[in-house]
Write a protein that binds this ligand. Structure first.
Ligand SMILES: *[C@@H]1O[C@H](CO)[C@@H](O)[C@H](O)[C@H]1NC(C)=O
Ligand SMILES: *[C@@H]1O[C@H](CO)[C@@H](O)[C@H](O)[C@H]1NC(C)=O
Ligand SMILES: *[C@@H]1O[C@H](CO)[C@@H](O)[C@H](O)[C@H]1NC(C)=O
Ligand SMILES: *[C@@H]1O[C@H](CO)[C@@H](O)[C@H](O)[C@H]1NC(C)=O
Ligand SMILES: *[C@@H]1O[C@H](CO)[C@@H](O)[C@H](O)[C@H]1NC(C)=O
Length: 865
């Protein structure tokens, strides 16, 4: 059988080759303006002029991506079969397959669209399939075959978009296929009665045996000959002109034949049954007098629909067309009767009839400019994904990686993800025509050249991921400007990323690991977007102060990535636990000669992983002497860890509350408070957007070998994103005892919550008491002591009075102002730093202008959980 089929194929190819050879002489496309003639299933790139019509047919390869070429069995081929019906394209794979037509004349025109299907047992199943035909998102018709195994569907369609999608949808009754697809531009006045689209039900030409189409009909309607009993054919060789009462431009050749009853007293009857009672029909009846009447002869008719008088009396015009049309509603069977009037000396006559079902198509389609851009992108990059039909509809099968606005009247592309799509070459500047796009991901392609400045003109673009390409630098200044002012989140690796061997002994998959973090920052939950913006802004901000020239290295891969095995080696297989962090144990380790602290994320906690990501991305960009610095991280499968500088003296809590430790002197305590305050001040006032630590407490303040204090544990930290926002709503997080009661009750997170927590830390520093002990809350306890006026009893008794009373009062006062229940009454970290500095220098604090006794009234306890 295979042999037999390939033999047919050879024959067919020969035939095509011959016809194609013939074509070139008269390849005058202007004759066919407004026509698209597609022969489905012929070899890609081939074209020919059809012998019968003289129309140029082309292969369908440029109109669709899916499907396979097939041809009907030779037994079904005949001289009468239109040539383009012998091949077909079948669609064994996708459910939905769409041809895209883009007629030059564009939208707002009436087109005739004809889809032709000839089964011809091409699949040897002997059973034609059934499937659905769509125009874009609108159901056009169910394709069903009868014994002839061939069927045409035709629609007259007033388009509201430049793109016409003809889609075949598999409904589980066999593979859809199509033999030919034809589009013809009609004159705008034709069939203009109804704004709805007209689906062809029947088009019959009477009095002939010939099928008429182009070039006799310059609109290439196919007029099938129709004969039935009891009628006599009438034919004229004279041309028939168009009359004033017809707009449908029925060709003269169609009008020059007609039928009349053999029995001159009979009527002409035309009837059919509706398959579906809800179907509505509109009928166009074309009349012309094509006999030459003697002076005593008249032909006058009345028209009846289902037995009821509809129109007349009508006198047919001599060799001139007149068209009558009407609609029927809600009937299951229809009968049109043309009857002679009493005065008529001749029997009735009619020449042609057309019957259509008007159907309302929503024509919900992507806005044209966006559609054009998407098609341009698809062709520029030769994208092989299943991008077909309208980019946005139907919603459940819109283009892969593309999201659209859900606005019925104006479907726009709002995001596009072309990550890892094998794109090469430059960025297609047409992207700048997606004017409503908010998020564009071009990461991990092989794009080169410069990034077009035009992208900066996309006013709604919030996220642009260019990571993993080879763009030339520098990036366009306007794009950088947007990234810096926070209106655009731009992700791109630093220049020279490729040759940075950041990993220990090169054994870790450098690039991949770095990318992991960058992707995480760029695309995970909103939190990381926020942090990445922050990261970008932060670095550029730092750059601006340190290096005035604009640079585009947003996410600086300055920290090392480590594999799990390297971590095992560094920590001597996790032998030395030095603490417990927010999301896992902390181990001591050695990198070369340098000691480091390694915090491993416990595998059990999902929340922990988020915090891990947050902390890595934050620490990668924050650099301050009072914030623990990041040495590296490990993101190796399930093993995640962060490596910090080693803080030899552990956390502040140990020194304050562990009896085995040496007692910190008063001066040392002030210094530690001052250090920690500076770290927080930097986060609140040195960064834009500011960062809220959210978990300030003694155990998160670490001390190095010189007892210099640094803030640690940023797993809960949040950044303000929106310029001008005064708070962020978050799920309550933090540590009881340090938690701002206002935040706890209102859920409104501001930097003043950190000030509150810092106030508690200060109180702990001064008193040597933990925030909560034996059901006593430190704030309430200090308040009661202040009321008694005995500062000596507040200060840590282990100091044995070795402190300066005035300074002590000032620090207590400062701490109590920090823990004011009302956040607006609390000082800023700027104020706190200045006051602590003055205390350290033994000078008078200059920012304590509150009346302490008044404020104490309002101090309440936090909600202890
Ligand atoms: C099959 O097609 C022929 C001609 O195209 C038509 O006359 C006939 O009504 C159709 N039969 C069915 C069952 O649709
Ligand atoms: C989009 O809008 C349509 C109609 O307004 C609605 O039926 C559909 O649920 C919406 N889809 C989404 C994802 O909002
Ligand atoms: C784009 O797609 C990739 C791969 O499917 C995914 O990892 C990434 O998160 C997506 N980007 C966006 C912005 O959604
Ligand atoms: C953007 O759209 C306009 C108007 O639709 C068009 O003229 C222009 O060529 C398009 N730009 C690109 C780069 O395709
Ligand atoms: C990326 O493009 C460059 C330059 O065109 C080429 O040399 C390189 O092989 C490409 N890489 C990949 C992975 O396609």
């Amino acid at each position: 059988m295979a042999l037999f089929r390939s033999f047919i194929a050879v024959l067919l190819m020969l035939q095509i080759a011959l016809t194609i050879a013939m074509v070139h002489a008269q390849d005058d496309q202007s004759v066919f303006a407004g026509f698209i003639s597609i022969d489905c299933g012929i070899p890609e790139g081939s074209k020919y002029t059809d012998k019968k019509t003289g129309l140029n047919y082309v292969s369908d390869a440029n109109f669709i991506d899916s499907g396979v070429n097939q041809q009907i069995l030779s037994t079904f081929k005949s001289n009468t079969l239109d040539f383009q019906l012998s091949t077909l394209r079948s669609f064994p794979e996708n459910t939905r397959n769409c041809y895209t037509l883009r007629p030059e004349q564009g939208k707002g025109n009436r087109y005739l669209i004809r889809a032709r299907f000839t089964y011809g047992n091409y699949d040897f199943k002997g059973q034609p399939p059934q499937f659905d035909l769509y125009l874009g998102n609108d159901h056009w018709s169910r394709v069903q075959f009868n014994v002839s195994l061939a069927v045409d569907y035709e629609i007259i369609h007033l388009t509201s978009s430049d793109y016409i999608y003809v889609c075949l949808v598999n409904i589980g009754l066999g593979n859809p296929f199509i033999s030919a697809l034809e589009l013809r531009l009609l004159d705008s006045t034709m069939y203009a009665k109804d704004l709805r689209s007209l689906n062809l039900y029947a088009r019959d030409n009477f009095g002939t045996t010939e099928t008429i189409r182009y070039a006799d009909d310059i609109y290439d309607r196919i007029w099938y000959p129709t004969a039935y009993s009891g009628i006599r054919n009438v034919v004229t060789s004279s041309p028939i002109s168009l009359g004033p009462s017809t707009k449908e431009k029925v060709p003269s050749k169609v009008m020059s034949t007609a039928v009349t009853p053999i029995n001159p007293t009979d009527d002409l009857l035309y009837s059919w049954k509706a398959t579906d009672k809800t179907e509505v029909f509109i009928m166009y009846i074309h009349f012309a007098e094509i006999e030459t009447l003697k002076s005593n002869q008249t032909r006058e008719i009345n028209i009846y629909l289902n037995g009821a008088y509809w129109d007349g009396p009508i006198t047919l015009l001599d060799h001139t067309t007149s068209t009558y049309y009407t609609s029927f509603y809600n009937s299951s069977s229809y009968e049109l009767k043309i009857a002679r009037t009493k005065d008529s000396t001749l029997p009735p006559m009619y020449n042609a009839i057309e019957i259509y079902n008007p159907i309302s198509l929503q024509q919900r389609q992507t806005q044209d400019q966006d559609a054009t851009t998407m098609w341009s992108i698809k062709s520029t990059y030769g994208l092989k994904r299943n991008w077909q039909g309208d980019p946005c509809v139907p919603q459940d099968s819109n283009w892969d990686g593309v999201n659209c606005s859900n606005d019925t009247d104006n479907l726009r592309i709002i995001s596009m993800n072309l990550s890892s799509s094998g794109l090469t070459g430059e960025i297609n500047p047409a992207l700048a025509n997606l004017t409503m796009i908010q998020s564009l991901d071009l990461s991990y392609n092989n794009l080169t050249g410069s990034v077009p400045n035009l992208l900066a003109s996309l006013n709604f673009l919030k996220t642009l991921n260019l990571t993993g390409n080879n763009f030339t630098r520098p990036l366009p200044a306007e794009l950088l400007k947007k990234a810096k002012n926070g209106s655009l989140m731009l992700s791109i690796e630093a220049k020279g990323d490729q040759d940075t061997n950041a990993c220990l002994k090169g054994s870790c998959k450098t690039k991949k690991h770095k990318n992991v973090v960058v992707i995480v920052i760029a695309t995970s939950a909103a939190l990381f977007l926020v942090l990445a913006i922050l990261t970008a802004l932060w670095i550029t901000k730092r750059r601006r102060t340190h290096d005035p020239s604009i640079r585009d290295e947003f996410i600086e891969p300055r920290n090392q990535c480590f594999t799990y095995s390297e971590i095992q080696r560094i920590t001597s297989n996790f032998s030395n636990v030095i603490g417990k962090g927010g999301f896992g144990a902390v181990f001591s380790g050695l990198i070369g000669e340098t000691r480091a602290a390694v915090k491993m994320l416990s595998e059990s906690s999902a929340q922990g992983y988020k915090e891990f990501q947050a902390e890595v991305s934050l620490l990668m960009s924050v650099h301050h002497k009072n914030i623990t610095s990041l040495v590296g991280y490990c993101d190796d499968g399930i093993h995640k860890g962060i490596i910090y500088e080693y803080m030899a003296n552990g956390n502040l809590g140990m020194h304050l509350f562990d009896a085995s430790q040496n007692v910190l002197s008063w001066k040392k305590r002030l210094q530690i408070g001052y250090d920690a305050a500076q770290g927080l001040e930097y986060m609140h006032h040195g960064c834009k957007p500011l960062i809220i630590h959210r978990d300030v407490k003694c155990s998160n303040i670490l001390l190095n070998e010189k007892l210099q204090a640094k803030l640690a544990d940023f797993g809960l930290s949040r950044a303000f994103t929106t310029e001008g926002a005064t708070h962020v709503s978050t799920v309550i997080a933090g540590t009881p005892g340090y938690l701002d009661p206002e935040y706890y009750t209102t859920n409104r997170l501001t930097e003043k919550s950190d000030v509150y927590s810092f106030g508690v830390v200060l109180l702990e520093l001064i008193t040597g008491r933990p925030a909560i002990s034996a059901d006593t809350y430190i704030v309430n306890w200090v308040k009661s002591m202040v009321e008694k006026g005995s500062v000596e009893n507040i200060i840590d008794p282990r100091l044995h009075g070795d402190f300066e009373v005035n300074t002590a009062w000032k620090v207590v006062e400062l701490a109590m102002s920090c823990v004011d229940t009302s956040s607006v009454e609390r000082p800023t970290m700027n104020d706190v730093v200045m006051d602590l500095k003055n205390c350290l220098n033994g000078a008078k604090p200059n920012n304590l202008n509150h009346n302490m006794s008044l404020r104490l009234e309002s101090i309440g306890g936090p909600n202890l959980r």
